[in-house]
Design a protein around this ligand. Structure first.
Ligand code: ADP
Ligand code: MG
Length: 606
């Protein structure tokens, strides 16, 4: 028979240490985690039995059993689910399951031993046992193996694993509870019952304790909404969707009509650790006729709602369903469409009724919605555009596009400005002038923002315009135009010289009345804006993507007057370079050559 002593994976070991030594107050959740695993194991067995009923054998009354031995200080959780083979134990129990281990490591580097929040961010289910136990022992048998397996660990970084003789299918996990008053209560009958009621009441399989079923066994999603409290939904969420924090909101749907299904959806408070990594898989759990079919049914949820967790139960699906069949299943497609509509209308409702909550949602997942608008050539923009909110120059608070449009009066264009952050965009020279004139501008600080608006092209018949676009003028009256034209003619040779000197960097230079107290600014002509250059040129192979830049100069500014007098002197080039670089900095670009810039600046100061 096989037998080995092994060490945990490095990350697992770190996690274990962290857990064992943490002051985490919520140690009692270990029971929820182990019961969830037992329930998952029965789900898996049931699903396999759909196509291979032999594996059930005699033992087809599914249940989870809890037992406490006070003298030995032991708690045992037993299930008659799928069990594990030797290799499965080695693989599943020696590693951190749900976390991207890289993300985990990065996080660990910035965390102190007492930092407890981190524990909750990972799929640490099984290991949470070590918060209350000195040792954990697993006895298990898979229907795919003749032998059973024993796994044993002190939680000290190493474990033993060996083949054993075992008849019963399924898994038994025994914890020896740590000494100390704070742990004694876990050995009390009332405490076990209390914990099951609190965290695991809606587990669908009966949980036996002292020959009595102590949970309700009815799936929560089939329970009447009116008899459920927020806490019920929240506990179910935490027990099933790998989050240790309550969700931001839940949505319980019972849909009847051409397509019938029940759904329970959750929006988390925060994006999970691995949300922006390749490891993250979106999708909802799928059940049919009370049988768990799969964990992450991708077809049920569009990409822009990938943060939504939850489940769908639809009795009309065929039981012997496979992934290939699912992909073309028309029922599933109908559910997906229907769900999408419900989610959008729910979000619109919150946006209308509870702005604070919506902002909380938006700050966590707004990027997703904006990507959704930009993605697929704007195919989904009509559905999603009413969910958009942006801060505006009015009061730097969030505003919907509709609210903005209602305030803009006769103006034809929705104005926006793009930059790194609020401080940068609000301090641009043009913004000063716009503010004085009471013209409202959307403040865009996410990389995706401008791409989304460009994809939309218009909203309620109003087009979008960047205030840094070369053909945007704050005052487009004839007189102003004439005035600038005349001034430009008077300075023709100077402007030509500037354009010449900066050739390769700018495509043109112009005089502008829009700069307020500023001396210079950059504008862009054509399809690629300044901000888009910054984003696109970061992509591999795109290094050469450049906006067509125009240098705008304020003819009223003393530096411009200086430029006029210096036109034929040595310092001209330096002064011009400084002006151009200032404009680059204002727009959040990297300075091309900082050392040179400082030298020139110092020369001029002399
Ligand atoms: P997760 O449940 O998120 O996968 P856990 O740490 O809770 O992470 O469990 C790790 C893995 O160990 C599970 O994915 C499963 O494969 C296996 N496992 C744990 N408990 C059981 C059990 N009672 N029966 C069968 N397999 C189990
Ligand atoms: Mg688990």
């Amino acid at each position: 028979m096989r037998k080995e002593s092994k060490a945990f994976q490095a990350e697992t070991k770190e996690l274990l240490n962290l857990m064992i030594n943490s002051i985490y107050t919520n140690k009692e959740i270990f029971l929820r985690e182990l019961i969830s695993n037992a329930s998952d194991a029965i789900d898996k067995l049931k699903f396999t039995a759909l196509t291979n009923s032999e594996i059930l054998g005699e033992n087809s009354e599914f249940k989870i059993t809890l037992a406490v031995d006070k003298d030995k200080r032991e708690i045992t959780i037993t299930d008659n689910g799928i069990g594990m083979t030797y290799d499965e134990v080695a693989e599943n129990i020696g590693t951190i399951a749900k976390s991207g281990s890289k993300a985990f490591k990065e996080k660990l580097e910035n965390v102190s031993k007492d930092d407890v929040d981190i524990i909750g961010q990972f799929g640490v289910g099984f290991y949470s046992g070590f918060m209350v136990a000195d040792t954990m022992t697993i006895l298990t048998k898979s229907p795919n193996s003749d032998k059973g397996v024993k796994w044993y660990s002190l939680g000290d970084g190493a474990y033993e694993i060996e083949e054993i003789d075992r008849e019963e299918r399924g898994t038994s996990i025994t914890l020896t509870i740590k000494a100390g008053e704070e742990f004694d209560t876990f050995l009390e009958d009332w405490k076990i019952k209390e914990l099951v009621k609190k965290y695991s009441d809606y587990v669908r399989y009966p949980i036996y304790f002292n020959n009595e079923v102590i949970n309700s066994t009815k799936p929560i999603w089939k329970t009447d909404k009116n008899s459920l409290k927020d806490e019920d939904y929240n506990e179910f969420y935490k027990a099933n969707f790998h989050d240790w924090e309550d969700p931001m909101l839940h949505l319980h749907l019972k849909v009847q009509g051409s397509v019938e299904y029940t759904a329970l959806l959750y929006i988390p408070k925060k994006a999970p650790m691995d949300f922006y990594s390749k490891d993250y898989k979106k999708g909802l759990q799928l059940y049919t006729k009370n049988v768990f079919i799969m964990d992450k049914c991708d077809e049920l949820i569009p990409e822009y709602f990938s943060f939504i967790k939850g489940l769908v139960d639809c009795d009309n699906l065929s039981l012997n369903i496979s992934r290939e069949i699912l992909q073309q299943n028309s029922e599933l497609q109908a559910i997906s469409k229907n769900l999408e509509k419900k989610i959008i209308s729910e979000l619109e409702k919150i946006l209308k009724k509870d702005r604070e909550k919506y902002i909380e949602f938006w700050e966590a997942f707004g990027k997703n919605i904006k990507f959704g608008i930009h993605d697929m050539f704007g195919m989904n923009k009509d559905k999603l555009q009413n969910l958009l909110i942006f801060r505006t120059s009015l009061d730097e608070k969030y505003s919907t596009l509709k609210e903005y449009v209602d305030r803009m009066g006769e103006r034809k264009e929705i104005l926006y400005v793009v930059g790194e952050d609020l401080a940068t965009v609000t301090s641009l020279p043009k913004m000063e002038t716009l503010k004085e004139k009471g013209i409202e501008v959307l403040l865009l600080t996410d990389r995706i923002d401008e791409f989304a608006l460009k994809t939309m092209m218009e909203f309620e018949g109003k087009t979008f315009k960047s205030i840094n676009d070369s053909d945007f003028k704050i005052d487009d009256s004839k007189e102003k135009e004439e005035e600038i034209k005349k001034l430009s003619e008077d300075n023709r040779s100077l402007l030509d010289k500037i354009k010449d000197t900066l050739s390769g960097k700018i495509v043109d230079v112009e005089l502008s009345n829009d700069l307020g107290k500023g001396a210079s600014a950059l504008l862009a002509k054509g399809n690629i804006s300044l901000e888009m250059e910054k984003v696109l040129s970061q992509l591999p192979g795109n290094e050469e993507v450049k906006a067509e830049k125009i240098l705008a100069l304020n003819p009223e500014h003393p530096v411009f007057k200086k430029l006029q007098t210096l036109e034929n002197s040595e310092e001209f080039k330096d002064l011009l370079d400084v002006l151009y670089t200032e404009a680059l900095i204002l727009e959040g670009f990297q300075i091309e050559n900082p050392v040179e810039f400082i030298k020139k600046l110092n020369n001029l100061l002399k």
